[in-house]
Structure formats: C-alpha cells, structure tokens
Design a protein around this ligand. Structure first.
Ligand code: FAD
Ligand code: SF4
Length: 510
C-alpha cells in the first residue's frame, strides 16, 4: 500500500510553527501527528492546570496547522482507540498511514529521548531526530563551552551568550559597562506598592472542554482548576509578553526576590509556561525586553536582570541537564533520604511561609523563583528530603515544569544534590532570610527571632542543624566559611539544644 510522505510527530512542549520537525514539510504528502496520551499526564501526578495547559495548547496548535492547509492527525485523550502512550500512538499512526519516514524534534526529557532512540528499530522505518533549535544555545555549543572547565559557572556562560547573541551589547562591551546589575535587585516589596495584575485568559470553549475532561480523568491529582488563565495560543502568549513588558518589566529587577502575602506574581513575567511549550521563543522575549530599554521604557538593571534569567539561567540549566544526564538525576551529594512531608501536598502545617507557597501552588500551579528556592526548596534542603521525592514534587506541581529545566533547578540549585555542579554553595538560609524578603512571618505561629523553644522558627534550628550535620563536607567550601565560623563560636549547649529540637521536629514530620 502506498502511504504518506513523512509522519511528523509534535510533542506537547513543541508547539512552535518554526519547529525543526516541521521544516521542509510537504503539505500534500506529509501528516503531522499530535497525541494526547495518559502516560504523559500520569508519569508524575501533574497539576490539573498543567495538563489543561498542554492539552488545550495542543488542540489550538493542531487547529492552526489545519487552517494553514496542513494535514493533521490529532489523537484526543478520550478517543476510544487511544493506546495511552506516545510510542503506542506513533505505532498506530504508522500502521494506519504507512509513512515513508518519521520526523521528530528531540524531546525535553531524558526518558523520552531514550524511548525515541528505540523507535527506528521498533517501527522498522527511518526515524529522523532533529535538534531543537528554538534555544539560544545549541547543546553542541554548550558541550564545547563546558569542555575542560573545572567549574561551569552561569555568570561566565551568560557573558559568552551576551557576546554571541549581541543582546545588551555596545560593541564588544556590555551595555552600561557592566555584565550584571544584580546588586541593585534585592529589595523587599515596600508597603503601599501594589504590583499590576498580570493579563490572564478566561477559558475559551476548547479550554473548558479540556478542563471537564481533566477533572474527570485525574480527580486525584493535587491542584485546583479554578482560575485557570494561562495563555494557550501564540496570540495570547504574545499579548502576555506585551502586558509584561509594558506594565511589570520596569520594576522586575527591584523586587525580583521579594515575597508578599496576597501578591503571588509581583512583577514577574509568568512567561515560563509559554516559553516552555513553545508559544514564545526565548530570542523574541529577550529582544522585546531589550527594545523596551532602548526605547527608554524600562531601566537597564531591570532589563538586564530579566534577560539574564532567559539568556543565562534558562539556557545554562538546559546545558547542564543534557551534559550530565542520566547520572545527574541519581546524585545525592548530601545523602538526603527523608520522605516528603504531607504538607507539600496540602496537609496542615504551622509554618505560615510554607502554607502560603503550597496553597498558592495548589491554586495557581505557579510560584516565583524565590518562593521555589528559598521556601519549599530551602526546607527540603535543610530537612534532608530525598532528591527523588522532592524532584517528583516540583515536576508535578508547576505548570512550567519539564524535566530539562526542573531537575537542575531542584537538584542542583535548591537541594545541592549535585554537590556543586551548578551552585557554588548550598542555598541554605535561616528564617531571617524569609523574614527580610517577605511578610509571611507576620502572624505565623512561630517566632522568627527564636532558634530554640516552643515557638522557635523551624527554619532557624533546621539551618544550624544542617550546618552542623554537614560540617565536614562544607568545610572544603570557602563560601561556607562564615556560617561554619559562627557555628564554632556558638555556645555548645545552645547548638545541642537546637539540634535536639531539629531531631524532634524532623521525627514528627508526616
Ligand atoms: P520570571 O521571574 O519572570 O523570569 C523570566 C523567565 O526567566 C522565566 O519565565 C523563565 O523562563 C526564565 N527563568 C528564570 N529563572 C530561571 C531558572 N532558574 N531556570 C530556568 N529558567 C529561568 N522554571 C521552569 O521554567 N520550569 C520548572 O520546572 C522550574 N522549576 C524550578 C524549581 C526550583 C526548585 C527552582 C528554584 C526554580 C525552578 N524554575 C523552573 C525556575 C524559575 O523559578 C521559573 O522559571 C520562574 O519562577 C517562572 O516564573 P516566571 O515566568 O514568572 O519567571
Ligand atoms: Fe516561615 Fe519561620 Fe517566618 Fe513562620 S516564622 S513564616 S516558619 S520563616
């Protein structure tokens, strides 16, 4: 039987018109396959908003391709013939369409890359896996940059990327004469400053249909569907970008690290979901921010801080992930082995900061960077939560979570399980940090100033217990010299009391 030309498989995070798997597409002979499959919705219990985001965006993307005259085979989650897995749907399409070859773009997760590598043999026809060229840094360039370096520090990678892309450059020099304006970017939110609300998108008919499906199919997944407002089309994502550039970018730098009750999004962009599923490209987002600075609309420290997140951090964590997988996921430098406490899934806790961030995560499938790093991440680090458990949590609960970006951030930056491949020291902090950067401590059952006693803030005794527990390992790190010196100077009876309270607290976690 003579079949079609190429079968082009598009994954749920590959919704970009310029995707490499769609280059040289023949609209007459080729078919584009998109498959909504249960296995991808369930391999961790993804937040319902994340599943709705991806499936709705896939449906819109299919409709947009079809409107351009492209032949699309879109398999719905509730299609009775659906096999439930990507490999199964690809094999079924191959059986029914007899393509000459299959074309895909490399995926964002190691487990899928492994699966893809076996498709050619399993299907008995050519499977071409193309590089994902939507990123600003190719994996080949990252490997070359990393080769021979003892340490892979983001800051040096970022400078190289500024030079390569010309973003925020004036000739050979960085705009404003400095590469990094971070020192100006560490302010708490002052009283009376109300951040503008980000643009949200009320569910359209497609989204509403998917919401009903997801509510019925995944009722046991942690997270609320109410208030879903993520962009699910390119047009919406572009509107969200413009809204950010216009209203929040000018203040982005100043309050990047701030946390405030009732102000979940502050001046953040909320663009990670659109970037990660391909509705926006990193280059156009950085270019829009740079244009706002050049037009005098946003100050350089804000724009540099924002561009650094995308051109620097986002590209860097992707490079780290693919450079070190699969070994990376197995690292456990601090020997952490405690089960994840129930309050991460919404069980009651007396700690107001954790309660607020987990509640927000349940309601929005979103928390900004400092909430992820310094509240839920810091607790997991200090308490010694097993890397596998905390990684699975981050991968499940955030709408923007895809393993290439989630794993290095969690494993490397938050819990130091990689032993310093990413971060030059553990991001461990006592309650004082949370107190300085947020208003969570006001009204908390604990006293942020106390490190022992019935009302002591757990972040305090856990912090000193962490430093004491890992004293020998941390001694080799010059950046940990100060806390180690402070610990050495402390009254041994006080250290013993804090450690005993930490042990009782950790034993009580369920
Ligand atoms: P903004 O603060 O507006 O930043 C702008 C953009 O920069 C983001 O949209 C994002 O694309 C990029 N960015 C910023 N910081 C990082 C970073 N550290 N790594 C990669 N990109 C970055 N980001 C994800 O996209 N997916 C994840 O699964 C994810 N998991 C994380 C887990 C932990 C423990 C930590 C500490 C961070 C994680 N991050 C993750 C990074 C960061 O928290 C989110 O990108 C950011 O909060 C998304 O919100 P935003 O779009 O409002 O970001
Ligand atoms: Fe969190 Fe401690 Fe502040 Fe309570 S007192 S909100 S536990 S940092």
């Amino acid at each position: 039987m003579s079949g079609i030309g190429a079968l082009r498989l598009i994954l749920g995070d590959q919704l970009s018109a310029g995707l490499s798997a769609l280059a040289d597409l023949d609209p007459v002979r080729d078919v584009v396959l998109l498959a909504e499959v249960a296995a991808e919705c369930r391999y961790v219990p993804h937040h319902p908003q994340k599943i709705v985001l991806v499936l709705s965006a896939m449906r819109h993307f299919s409709a947009e391709l079809a409107a351009r005259g492209i032949r699309v085979r879109h398999v719905r989650l509730d299609d009775p013939a659906n096999t439930g897995s990507l490999g199964g749907e690809l094999a079924r399409a191959v059986r029914e369409l007899s393509p000459a070859r299959v074309v895909v773009t490399e995926p964002g997760e190691w487990r899928l890359a492994q699966e893809m590598a076996g498709w050619q043999a399993a299907l008995g026809l050519p499977v071409e896996i193309r590089p994902d060229d939507r990123f600003l840094c190719s994996l080949a360039f990252f490997r070359r940059w990393a080769a021979g370096r003892r340490q892979l520090r983001m800051e040096f990678f970022y400078r190289e990327m500024r030079r390569r892309t010309g973003l925020l450059m004036e000739g050979a020099d960085p705009a404003g004469g400095r590469w990094n304006f971070d020192a100006e970017n560490r302010k708490p939110l002052p009283p009376g400053l109300v951040p503008p609300r980000p643009l949200r998108f009320p569910p359209d008919a497609v989204v509403r249909e998917v919401m009903a499906l997801v509510a019925a199919r995944f009722p046991d997944h942690f997270g609320s569907l109410d208030g879903f407002g993520w962009p699910v089309t390119r047009a919406q994502a572009l509107a969200a970008l413009e809204d950010f550039i216009r209203h929040r970018l000018p203040f982005f730098g100043d309050y990047q690290d701030a946390m405030a009750q009732g102000e979940e999004t502050l001046f953040h962009s909320l663009l990670s979901t659109s970037l990660n599923i391909g509705l926006l490209l990193p280059r156009e987002v950085c270019a829009a921010a740079e244009a706002a600075w050049r037009a005098g609309h946003a100050p350089l420290p804000a724009v540099e801080g924002f561009i650094r997140q995308i051109l620097g951090w986002r590209e860097y964590v992707r490079g780290i992930y693919w450079l070190h997988m699969p070994r990376y996921a197995e690292l456990n430098a601090l020997g952490a082995d405690r089960p994840l406490p129930g309050f991460y899934w919404g069980a009651p806790t007396s700690m107001a900061c954790l309660r607020a961030v987990v509640r927000q995560t349940r309601d929005m499938a979103y928390a900004h960077h400092i909430q992820r790093l310094m509240v839920t991440g810091n607790f997991a680090l200090l308490a010694g939560i097993a890397p596998r458990e905390i990684n699975a949590w981050y991968l499940a609960v955030y709408a923007d979570a895809i393993e290439w970006v989630e794993l290095p951030n969690t494993h490397g930056m938050a819990i130091f399980a990689d032993g310093g491949i990413m971060a030059s020291k553990p991001y461990a902090a006592s309650g004082a940090y949370i107190h300085r950067m947020s208003d969570y401590c006001r009204g908390c059952a604990h006293d942020v100033k106390a490190a022992v006693g019935p009302r002591a803030c757990p972040f305090n005794f856990l912090y000193w217990d962490f430093i004491a527990r890992h004293r020998d390992q941390l001694a080799a790190n010059p950046r940990m010299a100060m806390p180690l010196r402070t610990l050495a100077r402390m009254d041994p009876a006080r250290v013993a009391a804090m450690r005993a309270q930490a042990a009782r607290f950790l034993d009580s976690l369920r």
